[in-house]
Design a protein around this ligand. Structure first.
Ligand code: ZN
Ligand code: FE
Length: 268
């Protein structure tokens, strides 16, 4: 896969460019470049070299790194990029001791300014205990790390199913036209599982077809609009009556349905 550049507008005018950079096995690194100020943020740093190459090619300089969580495939490039650019590193409060070269911590409801753009921080514990996401409302983009994937969600390494379900509901409350920029290209495997638990969902069947087609052409399936995820992603549908009924869990609380779905995926 190659680099993808997404132009974003605000009130019809070009406002930002999002660079989506394939890294490592199946990660994406992201750069958000504010056109008004020429400031650039990296969301996570899976691979310093790959990210640096894009910065140099685009003639951008790196001002901030925004980490979503401490895992090495999200923070491994922190030190090298900071050494190169002298950028400030912002990381989730609960994880700062595990995040290389962290300068500042941030949490729920706080914001990060990138020139004219602003990112809101939403805490989404579950995959890790301190996981956060960065939501750029102006350009309808949410950088969700390993919390939500297209047709999937992150594994529960440090949190409970209840916690993750609560986190996903917070994400689900964002506007439908929000583009979800997740940190891994897992959509094909996620689609196979999603179809196994929700085979009659026509929107899902169609999205799975599209994913197969894109991957056959070595194209990314990310970003994915939240509105589409709400219709197709089984993990966002744990409180859907049909979903619960199919699992024989009509009377169970949604968090339990979610737990069953997550367990099913772990063993799929
Ligand atoms: Zn992770
Ligand atoms: Fe990851």
């Amino acid at each position: 896969m190659s680099l993808y550049l997404h132009s974003r507008t605000v009130s019809g005018k070009p406002a930002a460019i999002i660079a989506q950079i394939p890294c490592l096995q199946d990660n994406y690194g992201f750069l958000v470049h504010d056109l008004a100020s020429s400031k650039t943020a990296a969301v996570d740093t899976p691979d310093a070299e790959a990210i640096n190459k894009v910065l140099v090619e685009q003639n951008w300089s790196l001002d901030i790194i925004l980490n979503t969580h401490w895992h090495g495939d999200h923070t491994g490039g922190n030190k090298a990029l900071k050494a190169q650019w002298g950028c400030r590193i912002i990381a989730p409060g609960g994880e700062h001791s595990k995040i290389p070269a962290c300068d500042q911590t941030i949490g729920e409801g706080e914001t990060v300014q990138l020139g004219n753009l602003q990112a809101q921080v939403i805490e989404t514990p579950g995959h890790t205990a301190g996981h956060i996401i960065y939501y750029f409302a102006d350009i309808a983009a949410a950088f969700v790390g390993d919390t939500l994937f297209s047709l999937g969600c992150g594994r529960l390494f440090e949190g409970s199913a209840e916690q993750m379900w609560r986190s996903l509901k917070k994400l689900r409350a964002l506007p439908d036209d929000t583009d979800i920029f997740c940190a891994h290209e897992y959509s094909k495997a996620n689609a196979d599982y999603a179809l196994s638990v929700d085979p009659e969902n026509e929107a899902l069947v169609e999205r799975a077809r599209q994913i197969t087609d894109l991957r056959a052409k070595d194209k990314p399936t990310i970003p994915s609009a939240l509105g589409l995820e709400k219709k197709t992603n089984p993990f966002l549908r744990a409180d859907n009556d049909d979903m619960a009924a199919r699992l024989g869990m009509e009377d169970a609380p949604a968090a339990q349905v979610f737990a069953r779905l997550r367990q099913g995926k772990d063993n799929f």
